[in-house]
Structure formats: C-alpha cells, structure tokens
Ligand binder design. Structure first.
Ligand code: S3P
Length: 448
C-alpha cells in the first residue's frame, strides 16, 4: 500500500493533562507472525486482537496470494481473523507481486517462508522499503538453497526469490541483532530436514520462537555468551493451527506513556501491554530516569507476558543507555529522545547504528526533530546525546520521512512543549497505530 495522496499535516499543542484508560492496538510483531504461521500450519488459526494497521493488512494480503485462506470475522468481543494454511512448505506460487508497503518485518519474514517452498515470488514495497537493505536476509536464505532471480541495486526491492526445492538446515550467526533475520532463517528452516540453528550475539525479540512452539514445533533456545542466544529448530514439523490472542503493542504504548510522563498532571492506564523482557528496554530506561510506571494484573498467554501499566507525570533526569540494551528497545529511541529532551541533564544513547536502516534514517531524523524544536542534540558516531533542559521550546515543523514513529514521537512532544509542534504528514501512522490521533484526543491531547 502506498500513500500517493496529499500529505495530512497535524499540529500538537500543549494540553492540560492526559488522563484515562486505553488499550493500544495489538502488537505488530506478533500480528505478522500469527498470519504467517497460520498460513504454514494445517487447520484453522484464530487470531483475536490482530493489529489492523496497513503493515499487517499487507501481510494478510500476501498470505492470501500465497494460497492461505484469510478471513476477518466480526465477533462480540471484536474482530477475529481466521487463517487456514496449507502446511509447512505448502505455500502456492503467487500470480501477482507481493506488495508489503512500508513494512520491513512483513517483507523479510515472508521471504523466509517463501525460501522454504518450491515457488517463486516477487517482493515489492513503497519508496521507504525499496531503500532498505535486504541482503542481510537474502544471504542466509541463499545458503539454505533459495535463489534470487532478480533484484534491484545491492539486493533491494523489487526482487524475485525462488524458494529451495530441498532446503538445507544451516547454522547461522546473525551479523547484527535482528529478529527479522533470525525469523526469516527459522521460517525457511521449517521445510529443511534436520536442525536449523541461529546464533545471535545479542538476544533479539523471541516472538517467532514462542509462537513456533505454540503451533507445535520443537524449538530450543539457550543462552550463548554474555547476552546472546542459540536457537535450534527441528525441521519439517507438523504445525497445527492455533488460537492466538495478540497483546497490546509496547512499541505503540510508548507514545502515550512518554506523552503522559512529560505532561504535568497526567495519569494514564494502559491495559494488556505485552511485557516480554526482550521488548521492554524503554520501560527500564524510563524508570531509571525517574518515571512512575506501575505494573499490575500481570499474566501471560502462549508464553507472552503482559500487564496493566499506570503512568503518572514524572520529573525525569538524563541517563546513559548502554548499547547492549538496543535490541530490546530498537523502535523506541525516537520517543525516548523526546522524554530525554524534557529531562534534566544529558541522556546518552549508545550503539544506535541499526536506527539508520529503519523506515527512515532514524538517527538523523530524531536529531532533526529535536533540533527544529529548540533542543540541543548531537550525533557522535553511532551515539545520540540529548541535552535535557526540563522543557522543550517547540515551534518546529517535523519532517516525518514516511516514518510512523517520527510522526507519533513529534506529536507526543507537542503535548507538553512551550509552543506547538507540527508534523508534515501523519498518513504513515496508519501503518502501525491507525487509532493514534483519536485515542490521544480521548486522553486529552490537543491535536489540530
Ligand atoms: C521486528 C524486528 C525489529 C524491529 C521491527 C520489528 C520484528 O527489526 O525494528 O520493527 O517484528 O521482528 P530488526 O530485526 O531489523 O531489528
């Protein structure tokens, strides 16, 4: 899906306080995975709480094009999605190119699934996705026997991938901490005889591993080195359809959380927020900064922990965020930088090289977002240093660069900055959090 229409700018003005109780939409990572595993399983998978954002809807469309029956049904408690798959290795050759829009996750995980099937598929996306590196995924998939039939410069989209007739199980050390690389290898490994192993130096989010086990695969994950994991999947399992309840996305919760922390008098409750420790680096960091975030009603479903969070406006102080924490909060640095701007003292965020290859160059974009709103910020190699002065002047126009998280971070900042913050285009918010603007307004945000 591409946004060819006119941009939709929006301005966030200082508001009184943010109060109320909300459930942010379903987790994006888990939503993609539930559709993909449902398509690789035999029988019916029923998904409740699926994120109905553009990124995930594109994955649903792709799984349909690959032969799965994917239906949305209305239920008393909200929509339920039903997926009927063809079994491991059973995806059908699509007759149309698969368009993943803005979504690196959908695209890269489906590449892994296709690599394990004897079919050829063409992958494409919008101009942001076309600029992002795919070699990191294609390299291991080629080792497993898949072939890149055609590709754009440097292995970029659009490209055509021919899956392996007889995929090989491999032992693969990921060159960067990336759940997308790990997941692509594991999904291809489903069709390989024997054990496929992925070794990562820094543990990345483990939703694929947890969900594969939930669908009946044999998968073992053990610590490897100081922060790493070694994950071994036994190939050619009989995956069976399963019930999946998608918890609320902590990466989406991050925006109302930071907005509430920086807006005096705020008191917000967020329900069912997934608290998988490989995703909650932001919460740990905000607490170190002095944030009041209380957890209650903790429980877990299919191995994924979740909790209710109560967030109250807090006086924040600058901290140093170690590079080793990056994988557990990789999508949250933009909004952390907003919190850091409202803190007293410097916040130093180390080891952010991966931010350069996200939906935009988020390292440059974060610095630009703050600078144009009067915040002192510096990029030093792969580190970002924000000089917090307890308040943000605001008054700037933020360029979103087709990146949903820049738009939402800037609007969160405008809830408490001295002058309004304007964003040039909010259209891409629909990729991950379609209800963001009305939900924030319900909490008291002044967006116009
Ligand atoms: C994701 C992994 C992360 C993250 C992305 C979602 C996933 O990317 O940035 O938003 O669902 O696997 P990398 O694997 O490139 O770190």
């Amino acid at each position: 899906m591409t946004h060819s229409g006119r941009p939709t700018p929006l301005e966030a003005r200082k508001c009184q306080s943010l109060t109320g109780r909300v459930r942010v939409p379903g987790d994006k990572s888990i939503s993609h995975r539930s559709l993909i595993l449902g398509a690789l399983a035999v029988g019916e998978t029923r998904i409740s709480g699926l994120l109905e954002g553009e990124d995930v809807l594109n994955t649903a469309k792709a799984m349909r094009a690959l032969g799965a029956r994917v239906e949305r049904m209305d239920d008393k408690g909200g929509a339920v999605w039903s997926v009927r798959g063809a079994g491991t290795g059973g995806l059908a050759a699509p007759t149309v190119p698969l368009d993943f829009g803005n979504s690196g996750t959908g695209c890269r995980l489906v590449m892994g699934a296709v690599a394990g099937c004897p079919i050829t598929a063409t992958f494409d996306g919008d101009s942001s996705l076309r600029s992002r590196p795919m070699r990191r995924i294609l390299d291991p998939l080629e080792l497993m026997g898949a072939r890149v039939v055609s590709q754009s410069d440097g292995g970029r989209l659009p490209l055509s991938l021919q899956g392996a007739r007889d995929p090989l199980p491999i032992v693969y050390r990921t060159p960067v901490a990336s759940a997308q690389i790990k997941s692509a290898v594991l999904l291809a490994g489903l069709s390989a005889p024997g054990v496929t192993t992925v070794i990562e130096q820094e543990a990345s989010r483990d939703h694929t591993e947890l969900m594969l086990a939930h669908f009946g695969a044999t998968i073992v994950s053990v610590p490897d080195g100081a922060h790493g994991r070694k994950i071994s999947l036994t190939g050619q399992p009989e995956l069976h359809g399963a019930e999946v309840t998608v918890p609320a996305d902590p990466s989406s919760a991050a925006f109302p959380i930071v907005a509430a922390l920086i807006t005096p008098g705020s008191d917000v409750i967020l329900t069912d927020v997934m608290t998988n420790p490989l995703r909650t680096g932001l919460f740990a960091t905000l607490r170190e900064m002095g944030a009041s975030i209380e957890e209650s009603e903790t429980r877990s479903d299919a191995g994924e922990p979740m909790a209710q969070l109560r967030v109250r406006a807090s006086k924040l102080r600058g901290v140093e965020v170690p590079a080793a924490r990056a994988p557990s909060m990789i999508d949250e640095y933009l909004v952390l930088a907003v919190a850091a701007a409202f803190a007293e003292g410097a916040t130093v965020m180390r080891g952010l090289q991966e931010l350069r290859v996200k939906e935009s160059d988020r390292l440059e974009a974060t610095a630009a977002m703050l600078r144009v709103n009067g915040v002192a910020v510096e990029i030093d190699g792969d580190d970002l240093i924000v000089e917090g002065r307890g308040h943000v002047p605001g008054g700037g126009l933020v360029a979103t660069h087709m990146d949903h998280r820049i738009a939402m971070s800037a609007l969160a900042m405008g809830c408490a900055s001295d002058l309004p913050v304007k964003v040039d285009d909010t259209a891409f918010i629909a990729t991950s959090f379609p209800d963001f603007v009305p939900m924030m307004r319900r909490l008291g945000a002044d967006f116009a």
